[in-house]
Design a protein around this ligand. Structure first.
Ligand code: UDP
Length: 236
């Protein structure tokens, strides 16, 4: 019998996506990105002079990301404030986004990105990276490309894209694997490959190729949101 996902999606089918730019008026740039009921917003502040001064690097600017799940974004209320998990995701988000940015254009400066997860149903780091990439573009930060991100994984034996929390928690057979991927939209340069669980070496290339196909769709949605925003401003 053919494998069925609990929400009826095909193995390669993403959840419905929403992308919107300019959702935080007081930020220099902002965006919302959703995969189904996982919803992330990102707000960009800067570039501005980095303080304390001893942290400044006259050769380059730095990107500083702060990711957090809001307390009621999950079923079991999350204690407010940073955790080891949020610190780790903030760091990998910085690494995932940095290759797209010309940070050398902003010596001694910092670009701050605040990412908040309003609703979490797995894939929050990838939704956050997609929102942050759009927010950086919206802030007018010079970029080589947009960054597109998605989780690909395994549910027992099947390789599936954009796992829900239920799929991530699957424990039967080989259990589940969650593989977060981020890449520059217009090249094969990957900026994040973060594996949680087990995957056979021969399955990795299939998983990556599935993620690449998904990133093409994500890029289109991101681009459309940015274009809609520019056209909206021009029509005002
Ligand atoms: N989660 C939760 N409470 C927490 C952390 C995570 O309920 O304190 C849930 C949430 O739905 C999240 C999922 O577990 O999306 C998977 O978390 P993971 O650390 O794998 O990161 P993600 O897949 O969200 O990038």
């Amino acid at each position: 019998m053919a494998f069925k996902r609990s929400d009826g999606r095909k193995l390669t089918e993403l959840r419905p996506m929403i992308a919107k730019v300019g959702v935080v008026p007081n930020a220099d740039g902002s965006a919302l990105f959703a995969f189904g009921s996982t919803v992330a917003i990102a707000a960009v502040y800067g570039p501005r002079k980095l303080h304390p001064q001893h942290m400044q690097n006259p050769a380059t600017g730095i990107l500083r990301c702060n990711y957090d799940l809001l307390s009621f974004s999950v079923y079991d209320r999350k204690r407010p404030g940073p955790s080891r998990r949020s610190q780790e995701i903030s760091k990998v988000t910085e690494w995932a986004l940095s290759p797209a940015l010309y940070l050398e254009s902003f010596p001694s400066s910092v670009v701050d990105v605040q990412i908040y997860i309003l609703q979490a149903d797995a894939g929050t780091r990838t939704a956050g990276i997609n929102a942050a990439s759009m927010a950086l573009a919206h802030a007018g930060i010079p970029m080589r490309d947009l960054i597109c991100s998605v989780a690909v994984g395994k549910n027992d034996k099947e390789v599936i894209i954009d796992l829900t929390k239920e799929e991530e928690d699957y424990k039967e057979g080989e259990g589940s694997t969650d593989f977060a991927v981020a890449k520059l939209a217009n090249s094969d340069e990957f900026s994040l490959l973060q594996l949680d669980g087990k995957i056979q070496p021969e399955v990795v290339s299939k998983a990556i190729s599935m993620a690449k196909d998904a990133c093409i769709q994500i890029y289109e949605i991101q681009k459309k949101a940015l274009k809609d925003c520019v056209e909206g401003v021009q029509n005002e």
